[in-house]
Every structure is written in C-alpha cells, then in structure tokens.
Write a protein that binds this ligand. Structure first.
Ligand SMILES: [Zn+2]
Length: 187
C-alpha cells in the first residue's frame, strides 16, 4: 500500500504554492481532517500501523481531541482495546465525560499528524499524572521528520517533511507561476 498516494487521493496532502498561517510559503499542505474521509482506507492505514504497536501490549488508547479522536477509535478497534479521548478544559489537557484510567493501564497515545508534538506531550503528562503508564505514541504522519522526541517509543506510518520558506526566499515565488494560496480560506 502506497501511504502517501492513499492520503493524497483522499485530499489529505495538497501540492501547489501555499501561504501558511505562519506567513511562510510552502509547496505542500496537509489537510489533516481529510486523512479519515474514506473509512475503508483509514482502516487499512490504522491496521498497518497497529501491527507496529502490538509489541507494547497496551490495554487502552488515549488520543487528544479533536484530531486524534477518529484515529484513536480505529486504532483501538485494530488493537482490540478500548479508547478515550483527552480534551482541553481551561487550557489544561484532561479526561472528562467519565473517562477514567486505571493506575495499571498501559497506554498508547494516538494522534493523526504530529508536527511539534505538543498535544501528545500533554497527553503523556496527563496519563502519568493519573498514575498510568504511557508505553508508546502512534501517528499516521510524522511531519517533524523524526525531530520530535517523546521520551517513549514512537511509531508513524510515514514521515512527511513539509519545507517552508520566508516569502522573499520562496522558490515558487521566484518561478513566478502562481501567487500563494491559503487552503481552507474563502478569501
Ligand atoms: Zn511563495
């Protein structure tokens, strides 16, 4: 299975000339929510990834909302374990809705796309604070290209390095073909 092609076909990876929220320009843009548009394809991606996680003998999946919720569910299904999602309350990552971790729980933290890994690190800290053990992190895409260190094993289905440029150094602007475009905006 060609993972990049599968995600591109779903519209999860766009190629062109983009204006990022940071103001930088890029030739690649990720629409994270589109990774899971097609359930049959999502199932295959998560199944392949879950094979890399069996060795950790986890008994639960916990994922940060919102990005990790759908993937957390499918990963839990593939691993045959339950799943919770964590969410922010007053800026603090927390388990609400009656979700409770046992102190003996071995937890896999699941996120769709890891960029800086901030939300995942918060969930790891939350799991530890509740007395349980985070044993691994899993994502479909590692956009940090191996730069993020969670301090526990990390498995990603694919590594996608998104290069970005200051506008005055952008090779696409220098080519002068099309002006940069901001995906997801109407203007
Ligand atoms: Zn440009």
């Amino acid at each position: 299975m060609n993972y990049i092609q599968t995600i591109e076909n779903a519209g999860g990876i766009l190629r062109g000339h983009f204006l990022l929220t940071s103001g930088r320009h890029s030739d690649t843009y990720m629409q994270c929510a589109k990774l899971f548009v097609h359930p049959a394809e999502s199932e295959k991606l998560c199944k392949d990834l879950s094979l890399q996680l069996k060795e950790f003998n986890a008994d639960i999946v916990v994922s940060p909302a919102i990005g990790g919720i759908i993937m957390g569910y499918e990963m839990a299904r593939q691993l045959g374990v339950p799943n919770f999602f964590a969410e922010r309350e007053n800026g603090q990552m927390t388990l609400r809705r009656g979700f409770e971790l046992k102190p003996t729980s071995r937890v896999i933290v699941v996120e769709d796309v890891v960029t800086t890994g901030g939300s995942v690190k918060e969930v790891i800290a939350l799991v530890r604070a509740l007395g349980a053990e985070p044993v691994a992190v899993a994502s479909i895409v590692d956009r940090s290209a191996g730069a993020v260190d969670f301090g526990i094993p990390y498995r990603a289905l694919l590594s996608v390095e998104v290069k970005s440029y200051e506008p005055n150094q952008c090779p696409l602007c220098k080519e002068g073909k099309t002006p940069p475009y901001k995906p997801g905006s109407r203007t």
